[in-house]
Design a protein around this ligand. Sequence first.
Ligand SMILES: *[C@@H]1O[C@H](CO)[C@@H](O)[C@H](O)[C@H]1NC(C)=O
Ligand SMILES: *[C@@H]1O[C@H](CO)[C@@H](O)[C@H](O)[C@H]1NC(C)=O
Length: 427
Amino acid sequence: MLCLVILFFSIFKTCVCEIDPLLLHRNVSSSLFFERDELGTCYFPPFCEMDLTQCNIPKVFVDDIDNPSEFPVIIQFCRNDVNGEKDCSALYRDIIRNESGQFTWDKIISEVRSTKDYERYAALEYSHGSVYDRAQTIDIHPLKDRDRKYKKIIESIAPPSFLSEIDIFNDLIGYLTTSDSPMMGNKWVIFGTTGMMSHFCISAYFIFFFCGGAHYHFDYYLTSFWNLVLSGSKFWLLTAPYDTLKLFPNETQLKEVMNLPIYNFFNDIYPTIVHNEISVPYYHCLQEKGDMLFAPPIYYHSTINVEKPLSVSRNLITEYDYQQTFSFLTHWPSLLSEDVDTHQNVGAIQTMELCAALFHYHDGMFRSSACWNKEFLHRLNALDIDLSQGKESWNLWSKIHKKQNSQVYVDMCNNAKKHPFFSNFWV
Ligand SMILES: *[C@@H]1O[C@H](CO)[C@@H](O)[C@H](O)[C@H]1NC(C)=O
Ligand SMILES: *[C@@H]1O[C@H](CO)[C@@H](O)[C@H](O)[C@H]1NC(C)=O
């Protein structure tokens, strides 16, 4: 767990070196992004000095894998046929349905974003965006189960069965579809322009992370994830949980690194990780069409778009790691998470709902998780939160019943056990 950080030596002091503003704001076409100009000068040094052919993540063709790995792995759905052509039939056979042609970069962006946003993306990609401008086109877009707009896209993506068999996150979310908690998303579509980096600002709901770009990060709830590139390509860097703490032993330093803009990360940090004298393992690789990257929980990662990518992704809570997820959820930092805009608590409520859903799903798993221990109940009671979420009916109800938070929670769990569909049991 993160709290058991042992202080290792630090390899380097984080140096946030100034990047020449002329380079940062120079317009570069997408095709030249990783290249040098006529004088042999890099358009943007960190990117042109990267060796994109380097790869130390194992690649396995989908038919040869039936277990998730303890380490990052790339599951391939395309391979070269006898004529040397890329054959992606396994991609269409197993994962995506694209008869309607919806999985193209342009179509997806215009479907999930506003026209204005799409025009901004297209202008930067097809004309001349600068490194700085491109870094602003960040999009990890949630495919919300509760929003009809996404239904067609969600239904056209089928995760590989060996992963959905061990995943319980999707079952829990499925049960909670009547809830409106903001952080219940497990499905994503990810896109951006060449040169920009995909990132997800986890800090919005977890107050112990900072917003404004948690670029190098691990996924919320300590979930594992898969990410499948449908078109274009991107380059990944990943570090294992303990190795990350060896690289950045002090918390302030790690937070600083997590907050770096992508160009700073690849300018200052990536080279030191790749060329470090005392070897701390890392994973890096170019991910292309039909490559599905699977990463176990708490693998920190950062990516850079090499050719305008379109990918789809899912977070998983698996049978192997659900205990650490629920342990994370039921501890203070997560319980205290607030919505940045409304300052309303979201952490405690989400945790209660996810625990209730776990009880509905499997009471054995519930009992062996942190959802079912005294400390969690004490923590809930110590919380001074408004479980009503502004709903009038609650105030009256709670006045009459004078229930402690833990009692509300236990009632919720019992209700969840009885009901095939979840509804906000406390209002
Ligand atoms: C880059 O291109 C945009 C749009 O084409 C233009 O408005 C901007 O002035 C250019 N920036 C530089 C530094 O040339
Ligand atoms: C989906 O179909 C469209 C139209 O035929 C095509 O342009 C696009 O490349 C396809 N996407 C994938 C991921 O194969």
